[in-house]
Ligand binder design. Structure first.
Ligand code: HEM
Length: 427
C-alpha cells in the first residue's frame, strides 16, 4: 500500500494519459441496455476505453476478453492494489464511488501480493470446509421461512422479500451467527447498499457484529467459517479477522441476490424459459448460466492498478492508472462469441469461460463460487416448488435496474401467484 486518500479538489476532467474523448461512466444506458453501450464503446475505442468516473476521475474500462485475461493473469504487473491509484491526492472523503473502488485496508479484498496471499491461505480453506449439504439445508429452511412471509398473500416484491435477504441469512449462518443477528445483518447490508444517511452508522454496526462474533467464537469455537479462520495457525489481528468476515459477507450477499433476481427475472420474461415453466430443474441451471454470461451481477469491477507504465491493447497506461474490468462487456466480446448473435450460452460453443467471477489470483475464490451457486439454485428451486404459477405482476418494461454501471440487478420484482399455505399450516 503506498498512499492514503486525502481530500483535495477534484482534478480537471483529463482523460487518462492524454486520450481524447473519455466516455462518462454514468447515464441511463448502463441501466437500460449496457450491452448496447459496450458495443458502441468497442466500436469507437477498441478493447480499452478511456472513461470518466463521476467527479471527473479518469480510468480505463477494459472491455476486451483477451485484455481482461491478460490483466488478471499478470498480478505482478497489474495487482489489485488500490493504494497505487494515482488519483488519491484528489479524492474527497465523501466521493460517492469510494465504496466501489475501496481503500487500503488489511483484508483479503484490499491487500495485494504476499499480504493478499496470507489472507487467502486463512480464508479460502475456511470457506472450502463448508459442507455443501449443510448449505443446501440452511438454504431450504431459510427460503421456506421467507416464502412463508408472503405466500398466503398472492403477491410480493421478490427482490425485497426473497432475493435480497436469502443470501445474507445463509451467509450469516455459515460464518457462525445465530439467526436473530442474521436478520440484523440483512438490515445493515440493506442500509449500506442504499447509501444515504444510514450508511455510515450501518458500517459501524456491521463491524460491531463481526467483532462480537470473533470474540464469541474465540471463547467457544463451533463448526463455522469464523472458528476455522481463528484456528488457522498463522497470526492475524482481531481487526484482520473482522475485516475478512466483512469482506466475505459483503462480497457474497448482493452479488448472489442479483444472481437469483436476474435468473428469476429471465425465467419469468423470456419465452424460452417461460414456456418451460413447467420448468424442469434444468431450466433453473440454464437460466443461471445464461445470466452469468449475459446479465452478470458484477458488470464492472474496480479494479487493477499497474505498478509501472505499460501498454494494453492499443493504449499506453501509466503507473497507478485505474483499470476497471468490464466483465459484462468481455463476456459478450465478439472475438470469443461463436454461434449466432444472441444465441443462448448453451448453444454458443467456443472454449472460453465466462468472467462473471473474474479470473486469476484475485478472482472470486472457487469455494465462494460454489456457495453462491448452491444458495442461488436452491433458493430458486424452493421458490418455484412452492409457487409454481409465479408470474410478473407488471409489464416487463416497467422493471427497473439498479442505478449503477457496476452492479447489475433489478430494484424490484413484483409478482403474483395463487396463494398457498405456509409451511406451518402444512405440518
Ligand atoms: C454470484 C455471486 C458472486 C459473484 C458474481 C462474485 C464475484 C466476485 C468478483 C468479480 C470478485 C473480484 C475478483 C477480482 O478482483 O478479480 C469476487 C471476489 C471475492 N468474492 Fe465473490 N462473487 C459472488 C459470490 C461470493 C460469495 C457467496 C462469497 C462468500 C461466500 C464471495 C466471496 C468473495 C471473496 C472473499 C472475494 C475476494 C477474493 C480475493 O481477493 O482473493 N463471493 N467475487
Amino acid at each position: 500500500m503506498t498512499r492514503s486518500p486525502s481530500a483535495e479538489p477534484a482534478p480537471d476532467a483529463a482523460p487518462p494519459s492524454g486520450c481524447p474523448a473519455a466516455v462518462p461512466l454514468s447515464g441511463p444506458g448502463f441501466q437500460t441496455d449496457p450491452q448496447a453501450v459496450y458495443r458502441a464503446m468497442r466500436r469507437e475505442h477498441g478493447s480499452v476505453v478511456p472513461v470518466e468516473l463521476p467527479g471527473g476521475f479518469p480510468a480505463w474500462l477494459v472491455v476486451g476478453y483477451r485484455e481482461i485475461h491478460q490483466v488478471t493473469s499478470d498480478p505482478e504487473l497489474f495487482p489489485r492494489d488500490v493504494g497505487l491509484w494515482n488519483q488519491w491526492p484528489h479524492v474527497p472523503d465523501d466521493w460517492p464511488l469510494l465504496p466501489m473502488v475501496g481503500r487500503p485496508l488489511p483484508s483479503i479484498y484490499f491487500t495485494a501480493g504476499e499480504e493478499h496471499r496470507r489472507h487467502v491461505r486463512m480464508v479460502v480453506p475456511a470457506l472450502e470446509a463448508v459442507d455443501p449439504f449443510e448449505i443446501r439445508g440452511h438454504c431450504e429452511q431459510l427460503a421456506d421461512r421467507l416464502i412463508d412471509g408472503f405466500c398466503a398473500r398472492g403477491d410480493a416484491d421478490l427482490v425485497a422479500a426473497f432475493c435480497e435477504p436469502l443470501p445474507v441469512l445463509v451467509l450469516a449462518r455459515l460464518v457462525g451467527f445465530p439467526d436473530d443477528e442474521g436478520a440484523d445483518i440483512a438490515r445493515v447490508l440493506k442500509d449500506l447498499a442504499d447509501g444515504g444517511p444510514e450508511a455510515q452508522s450501518a458500517h459501524q454496526r456491521f463491524g460491531a457484529h463481526m467483532a462480537r462474533l470473533v470474540a464469541a467464537r474465540r471463547a467457544e469455537p463451533g463448526d463455522d467459517v469464523t472458528s476455522r479462520m481463528l484456528a488457522f495457525p498463522e497470526e492475524f489481528t482481531d481487526e484482520e479477522y473482522m475485516l475478512d468476515l466483512m469482506a466475505i459477507t459483503a462480497a457474497g450477499h448482493l452479488t448472489t441476490a442479483d444472481w437469483i433476481g436476474n435468473s428469476v427475472r429471465l425465467m419469468l420474461t423470456e419465452s424460452d424459459f417461460a414456456d418451460s415453466m413447467a420448468r424442469g430443474r434444468r431450466s433453473v441451471a440454464d437460466a443461471m448460466t445464461e445470466v452469468l454470461w449475459e446479465d452478470g451481477p458484477t458488470q464492472i469491477l474496480a479494479g487493477r492498478w499497474p505498478v509501472r507504465d505499460t501498454r494494453l491493447g492499443e493504449r499506453r497506461i501509466k503507473a497507478g492508472d485505474l483499470l476497471l474490468l468490464g466483465l459484462g462487456a468481455a463476456n459478450t466480446d465478439p472475438l470469443i462469441r461463436q454461434g449466432a448473435p444472441g444465441a443462448p450460452a448453451s448453444e454458443r460453443g467456443g472454449s472460453g469461460a465466462h468472467l462473471a467471477f473474474s479470473h486469476g489470483e484475485y478472482r472470486c475464490p472457487f469455494p465462494a463460487q460454489e456457495i453462491a451457486e448452491i444458495i442461488a439454485r436452491t433458493g430458486i428451486e424452493v421458490l418455484l416448488d412452492r409457487l409454481p404459477d409465479l408470474e410478473l405482476a407488471v409489464p416487463e418494461g416497467e422493471l427497473v435496474r439498479r442505478p449503477s454501471a457496476f452492479l447489475r440487478g433489478t430494484t424490484a420484482l413484483p409478482v403474483r401467484f395463487t396463494p398457498v399455505p405456509t409451511t406451518g399450516d402444512l405440518s
